[in-house]
Unconditional design. Structure first.
Lengths: 220, 220
């Protein structure tokens, strides 16, 4: 089932994370208010019910949602049911941070290839993975069968790196470079790109401080 | 003027970035289609017009928007009109990446304090800023008059660190730890928290790959 228009995937991921916490704490059911509490009241119970309803999940009044099937359904929608092979392009502080984060946090994501263009970095090892020259990406990625890549290179290099990755079979890119990427796969389909602009994230805070608004509900 | 309900601040920041690019390229006006092109068609022209209209900005048909006043207005809404003093809590790879990124990218954000709890890291210098013990945060932050902090510490330490920061005058936190923070200032007002869950961002990609949807317009 496809989530309806307007359902935010980051919110669904947050619900999935909270359900895992509740399940680990031994709970079998949870209400939308219980979920909101686990999420630090950053998302309102009405929004939670609306989102879950759009996925076809309805809680029983006074009982809430059965955690196990809801968690399994969310995992399916989020693509967390199976493992993903991830490549990291750009192994500066950010690429390193991301690889370390994934290794510690999400066993579903397996870092199988790392690239850089700096001779000082190429040849280094990170948790058994060798840092390769980005110029060899096509050969390495074809062998590694990577579908997802993280781009953590300088803005001016990002488009070229993304094209190389797409040409080597990557179908989805998480882009940290502050530049807009447009990339297509060899079959002509667009590569799915998610941009994270860290300065943009910071501007959400400066907006709130400058304009002085403090909505109870976080924008997701 | 406060953006109306439904306007996404990350989108406004993206417009501001594109307007700066257009201005640097010598343009005086730009249409919503021109903005969409600069944004790699990740946001539809109708959405752009709707967002800008909610800010009170209307383009002239066939001419578009005057870049300079629109850019200035967006800067005001985003709080980018004046400088911000930023503290980094947790100086591992991610904290380091963020500090380096800010220094290279946004002169409006000035990293004035860095904290860690590891004796190996405390005392190091980064671009003239000494890494202090997080235990000294209250004293250091009061002197530095920091309003914004980035939390890049492990999940289990995040809430405690956030409380320390809030007690030292921090009013807004960008949180990379995968845990939900609830913090209040000394005057009882909630600290503005923006959570970035990197695994959640990745799940946006896995969702698309797993479910096979490829909307033309990125969720912001």
């Amino acid at each position: 089932m496809e989530p309806g228009f307007g359902v935010s995937i980051p919110r669904l991921y947050a619900y999935h994370r909270a359900l895992r916490e509740a399940s680990a704490a031994g709970k079998g059911t949870i209400t939308s208010h219980g979920l909101a509490t686990l999420l630090g009241e950053t998302i309102a119970p009405t929004q939670i019910r609306k989102d879950l309803c759009a996925l076809g999940a309805r809680g029983r009044r006074g009982h809430g949602y059965a955690i196990k099937p809801l968690s399994a359904h969310l995992a399916w929608v989020l693509g967390l049911e199976h493992d993903w092979r991830v490549a990291i392009a750009g192994f500066g502080y950010l690429g390193h941070a991301f690889a370390t984060f994934l290794a510690a946090r999400e066993r579903r994501f397996d870092v199988v290839a790392i690239f850089d263009r700096s001779p000082q970095v190429i040849g280094q090892e990170w948790q058994g993975v060798r840092v390769d020259d980005i110029a060899d990406a096509t050969r390495v990625l074809r062998a590694a069968a990577c579908e997802i890549a993280v781009v953590a290179v300088p803005a001016e290099a990002a488009q070229g790196v993304a094209e190389t990755l797409a040409g080597a079979g990557v179908r989805a890119i998480l882009n940290f470079a502050p530049s807009t990427l447009r990339v297509h796969r060899e079959d002509g389909m667009p590569v799915v790109v998610r941009n994270i602009d860290l300065a943009g994230e910071l501007s959400i805070l400066t907006h709130r401080l400058a304009v002085g608004t403090m909505p109870a509900v976080e924008e997701a």
